[in-house]
Design a protein around this ligand. Structure first.
Ligand code: ADP
Ligand code: ZN
Ligand code: ZN
Length: 801
C-alpha cells in the first residue's frame, strides 16, 4: 500500500511513500506521517491512500503520528481551495491548518549553552555592529527559539547555527517532543506541595518555598507566589524536577470577569438577531455584514446568535483579532457558555492548545473562539461563523499561505451551509461593497445602546498651533486644557500615538546622514527605556551613536516623536497623574496587555497612552476623553489603503470615549484637517467616507474594482533580484489580457532583512486571468529553480509594503 503525502516543501505535488505492513490498518487520509525526504525527516499530511506503485521507487514511510485524522475531508478540501486561490504549495497550506503548527516545524529549538551565554554578554559590551552570529547569540539570550524563527530574523542562520552548535555555543533540541510545563512562564503556572524528602539536597530558596507551600495547602499561581517567596519561580521548577511539588498549567477558566448580561435587546439588535437566527435555522449558506457603530452592542448580538445556534443542535465559531482575545473576552464566553467553550490561541502552551483542539473535534466544545487560524478548528455540525472586527489586518496571514481568515471563513461556511456574520464599526471597503451589491446581507446598528450619545469630536489644527506658539509642540494648548479638566474631576483619558519608541529617527545636523539598519533600508528608532536604536522590521539593534558615523560631527539630532516620548512629556506636564503606556515595548506577552488594561479599568491609572493597541474594542466606561496626538501618522504611507486604515483607526479610537453613563469627547490633533480620512473620521461619517473612498478606488481601479496580486522578488544579491524581476517583467510583456502590470520596480522598502526587494503589482479585471498569470510566474520560478523564498506572491494583499 502507498500513501500520497503533502509535505511542507515549496512544491505543488504530493509525494508517494510505501507503507509498512504495520500501518496498513491504521492509516487514513488527514493523518500525519513522518517520512524521509532527501537526508531529512519531514512530517506531512496523508492526502490519499492507494495501491498503485509509483513509477520511481517509493521510499518507506517512517511512522504515523495520529490514530485519528487531524484534518477531515472537508478541511482538506478547504486546504486545496486555499492552495489554489492564494497560489501556495498544498503541503505548506495543510501544515498551517494543523492545530499544533509549531510542532510541525521541521527542525529544532535552540538555546544558549553557558559558554554561549558568556560570549553573548561579552559581545554585547564590546560590539555595536553585530554580525549574523552575534545577532543569533543575542536573540537567544533571553529565551530559546525555534530554528524557523531564527532563520526568519537572521538571514542564512541555518548554516551559522550549525557552526555555533559545533563550537558548543548553542545546543539544539528536537521540537517534536512535547514541551513540558516546566518551561512555561510563572504567570501561567500553578504550584502545589506534594511531599517532603529529608534526604534531598535543597538550596535555601527551595527549602523556603517548600515550607511556604506546606503551610499553605492548595495550588497557587507561581507568579503571585514569587512576590511572597523570593526566587520561587526557579525554585519551583527545581522542586518539580525532584517531584516535591507539582507544577501545572493554569486553566483559562480561572480568568474571571464581572460585566453583566443585558436582559433585553434593543430594536436594532433584535432585528439583526432575528435575521441571523432565521438563517441558521434554514441551514443555508448566507453572509451578513453587521455594521454597528462603536458601542452599539454587536457582541450581544453575536452571543444571542450563538445561543440560538446551540439551541438548534449546531456549533458556532467566533473569530476575533489577535490582540482582542484577552482573558477578559475569554471570561465572557466561559461565563456565558460554560465548559462548552474552547479557546484557541497561539499564545497558549502546546499541550493546552492540543487539549482544546481535541475537545472541539470530539464535539465536546460547541462554541469555539479563536484568532485567524481558528478558522481551521475541526468544529462539528458548524452552523454559524462570526468574524468580529472583520476589517482587522490581523486576519491576513503574513507568510505562506497568505490567506485571509475572513474569506476562508466564508468559503468554509459555504461548503457546509452555515451562516456567516462579519461585524465591524468600520467595515472594509470590500465587505461594504459586497453588501451594497447584495452579495452580503446588510444589518445595521446605527445607534449606541441605551440612547448613549456618540462622542463629540473636535479637530485641532496643529499648523495654527505652530503659528501661535512658534514651537513644535507634542500637545496643543487645547489638549492640555482638556486633560487637566478630566484629571480634576477624576475621569480617565486615553491618548493614541501610533508610533513606537522614543524618537523615530536620528539624523546628523552637519551632513544629513540618517542612521539606518544594517539589514534593511529603514531608519532605526531610538528606544530610551533600554537605550538602544532598534529596527522595527528585523529586530537589529545598536547603541545610539555619540558622533555621526559618517562625518564624526557631534551634532546628532533625535527627531520624530514616538509613544515613549509622548508618555515622557505627559509626565512633565502632569507630574501627579498616574500614567501607563500600552505598546509592543511595554507588552511582550498576553498577560501584560491584560494587566495594564485591567489596572486602567480599575482606575489605578488616569491616563493610558498607546499605539493602535489601545484602539481595539475595549469597553472602559470611565474614559470620557480620547486624544489623538497626530492623526496624520499613516496617511503618508505609500499604500492605497492608507486613507482607509487611518479612517478606521481614528473612528475606532474615538469609539473608546463615553461608553458608560458619562458622555465622551475626542480631540484629534492634525496637520491635515482637510484630508477626507481625518475630516470624515472626526465627523464619524462612515457613509461619507465609504462613498468618497469608493470613488478613489474606482478611478484607480483598486479593490473592490479589481483583483490584486503583489509579486515580490527578493535576494541577498542585488543583481540576482534585479535579474529575476526583469525576467518576470519580460514574461508579462505585453501584459496578459484583462491585466494591468505595474513594475517591476523597487519595493517601497527596497532592502529588508539583508535582501534586496523588487515588486510587480498586478491589477486584474478577472480573477481567472489573475490566477492564471500568477500561476505562470510561479511555474517559471519552479522551473528555473529559484530559491523558494525568492518569489513571494500575495493574492489580495492588504498592504503593499
Ligand atoms: P460594540 O461591540 O458594538 O462596540 P459592545 O457589544 O461592546 O459594543 O456593547 C457595549 C456595551 O453595551 C456592553 O457593555 C454591553 O454589555 C452593553 N449592551 C449591549 N446590548 C445592550 C442592551 N440591549 N441593553 C443594555 N446594554 C447593552
Ligand atoms: Zn554627519
Ligand atoms: Zn532591520
Amino acid at each position: 500500500m502507498f500513501a500520497d503525502v503533502a509535505l511542507p516543501v515549496p512544491l505543488d505535488q504530493a509525494f508517494t511513500y510505501r507503507l509498512p505492513e504495520t500501518l496498513w490498518h491504521r492509516v487514513a487520509e488527514g493523518s500525519r506521517l513522518v517520512v524521509p525526504f532527501g537526508s531529512r525527516k519531514l512530517t506531512g499530511v496523508i492526502v490519499r491512500v492507494h495501491e498503485q506503485p509509483p513509477e520511481a521507487e517509493a521510499r518507506d514511510a517512517l511512522n504515523l503520528l495520529d490514530e485519528l485524522p487531524v484534518l477531515d475531508p472537508a478541511l482538506i478540501e478547504l486546504g486545496r481551495w486555499i492552495a489554489s486561490y492564494y497560489c501556495a504549495p498544498i503541503g505548506e497550506v495543510l501544515k498551517s491548518m494543523l492545530p499544533l503548527a509549531g510542532e510541525m516545524r521541521s527542525g529544532k529549538v535552540y538555546c544558549l549553552t553557558p559558554r554561549g551565554r558568556e560570549i553573548a554578554r561579552q559581545y554585547f559590551l564590546v560590539s555595536d555592529e553585530a554580525d549574523a552570529a552575534t545577532q543569533i547569540l543575542r536573540l537567544l539570550e533571553p529565551k530559546e527559539l525555534s530554528a524557523s524563527y531564527i532563520t526568519r530574523k537572521v538571514p542564512g542562520a541555518a548554516r551559522i547555527l550549525k557552526s555555533l552548535e559545533s563550537k558548543g555555543l548553542v545546543s539544539a533540541e528536537d521540537n517534536v517532543a512535547q514541551r513540558d510545563p516546566l518551561r512555561a512562564s510563572a504567570e501561567r503556572l500553578r504550584v502545589e506541595f506534594v511531599r517532603r524528602d529529608e534526604s534531598a539536597k535543597l538550596k535555601k530558596s527551595e527549602r523556603e518555598l517548600l515550607s511556604f507551600l506546606e503551610l499553605h495547602p492548595g495550588s497557587h499561581n507561581l507568579a503571585e507566589t514569587a512576590t511572597i517567596v523570593k526566587g520561587a519561580s526557579e525554585s519551583a521548577r527545581a522542586l518539580a524536577r525532584k517531584e516535591l511539588v507539582s507544577l501545572v498549567l493554569e486553566s483559562p477558566l480561572a480568568y474571571s470577569s464581572t460585566s453583566e448580561i443585558p436582559k433585553k435587546l434593543n430594536d436594532a439588535q433584535q432585528a439583526a438577531f432575528d435575521a441571523l437566527a432565521a438563517s441558521v435555522r434554514q441551514q443555508q449558506f448566507q453572509t451578513f455584514l453587521l455594521h454597528g457603530v462603536t458601542g452599539s452592542g454587536k457582541t450581544e448580538v453575536y452571543m444571542r446568535a450563538i445561543e440560538a445556534t446551540l439551541a438548534m443542535g449546531r456549533s458556532a465559531l467566533l473569530l476575533v483579532p489577535e490582540i482582542a482575545l484577552t482573558p477578559q473576552v475569554a471570561g465572557h464566553f466561559y461565563r456565558r457558555f460554560g465548559d462548552q467553550v474552547a479557546i484557541l490561541h497561539s499564545a497558549f502552551h502546546d499541550a493546552e492548545r492540543a487539549e482544546q483542539w481535541r475537545r472541539v473535534r470530539s464535539g465536546a466544545a460547541t462554541v469555539v473562539v479563536g484568532t485567524r487560524s481558528g478558522v481551521f478548528a475541526p468544529v462539528q455540525k458548524l452552523g454559524l461563523i462570526v468574524v468580529d472586527e472583520e476589517h482587522d489586518g490581523s486576519y491576513k496571514q503574513h507568510e505562506t499561505p497568505r490567506y485571509h481568515g475572513r474569506d476562508v471563513a466564508i468559503m468554509r461556511a459555504r461548503a457546509v451551509g452555515a451562516t456567516v456574520v462579519l461585524g465591524s464599526a468600520t467595515p472594509s471597503l470590500e465587505s461594504r461593497f459586497n453588501a451594497q451589491k447584495g452579495k452580503y446581507q446588510l444589518l445595521e446598528l446605527p445607534d449606541r445602546v441605551q440612547q448613549r450619545p456618540m462622542p463629540t469630536v473636535e479637530l485641532v489644527d496643529m499648523r495654527e498651533e505652530f503659528l501661535q506658539t512658534r514651537k513644535q509642540q507634542t500637545f496643543s494648548g487645547r489638549l492640555i486644557e482638556a486633560i487637566t479638566q478630566k484629571l480634576e474631576i477624576g475621569e480617565q483619558v486615553m491618548l493614541l500615538h501610533n508610533r513606537r519608541g522614543y524618537s523615530s529617527f536620528v539624523a546628523c545636523r552637519a551632513c544629513g546622514e540618517r542612521l539606518e539598519c544594517v539589514n534593511c533600508a529603514v531608519t532605526l528608532t531610538f528606544h530610551r527605556g533600554d537605550r538602544r536604536m532598534l529596527c522595527h522590521y528585523c529586530g537589529f539593534s545598536r547603541r545610539p551613536p555619540s558622533v555621526c558615523p559618517k562625518c564624526n560631527s557631534e551634532h546628532i539630532q533625535f527627531l520624530g516623536t514616538g509613544s515613549e516620548k509622548v508618555e515622557d512629556e505627559l509626565h512633565q506636564h502632569f507630574p501627579k497623574a498616574r500614567i501607563a503606556r500600552l505598546d509592543r515595548d511595554t507588552v511582550t506577552g498576553k498577560r501584560q496587555f491584560e494587566t495594564i488594561l485591567q489596572s486602567f479599568r480599575e482606575h489605578r491609572y488616569d491616563i493610558l497612552v498607546g499605539t493602535q493597541m489601545i484602539a481595539k474594542g475595549h469597553d472602559i466606561p470611565n474614559v470620557t476623553l480620547v486624544g489623538v496626538v497626530a492623526a496624520d501618522i499613516g496617511l503618508g504611507v505609500p499604500d492605497f489603503r492608507a486613507a482607509e486604515r487611518t479612517f478606521q483607526l481614528l473612528t475606532q479610537v474615538a469609539g473608546r470615549a463615553g461608553r458608560g453613563d458619562l458622555s465622551g469627547h475626542v480631540l484629534m490633533q492634525t496637520l491635515n484637517p482637510d484630508h477626507y480620512a481625518v475630516r470624515l473620521a472626526a465627523a464619524q461619517d462612515y457613509h461619507g467616507f465609504y462613498a468618497r473612498e469608493l470613488q478613489f478606488r474606482q478611478s484607480m481601479r483598486y479593490p473592490p474594482f479589481s483583483a490584486l496580486a503583489n509579486v515580490l522578488i527578493r535576494h541577498q544579491k542585488q543583481e540576482e533580484a534585479l535579474r529575476m524581476s526583469a525576467e518576470l517583467g519580460h514574461l508579462l510583456t505585453p501584459p496578459p489580457e484583462k491585466i494591468k502590470v505595474m513594475g517591476p520596480a523597487e519595493a517601497p522598502v527596497p532592502r529588508l532583512l539583508d535582501e534586496f526587494r523588487y515588486q510587480l503589482l498586478l491589477k486584474a479585471n478577472s480573477r481567472t486571468n489573475l490566477h492564471e498569470t500568477v500561476s505562470r510566474l510561479r511555474s517559471h520560478a519552479l522551473q528555473n529553480r529559484w530559491s523558494p523564498t525568492s518569489l513571494v506572491i500575495d493574492v489580495d494583499p492588504i498592504s503593499l509594503l
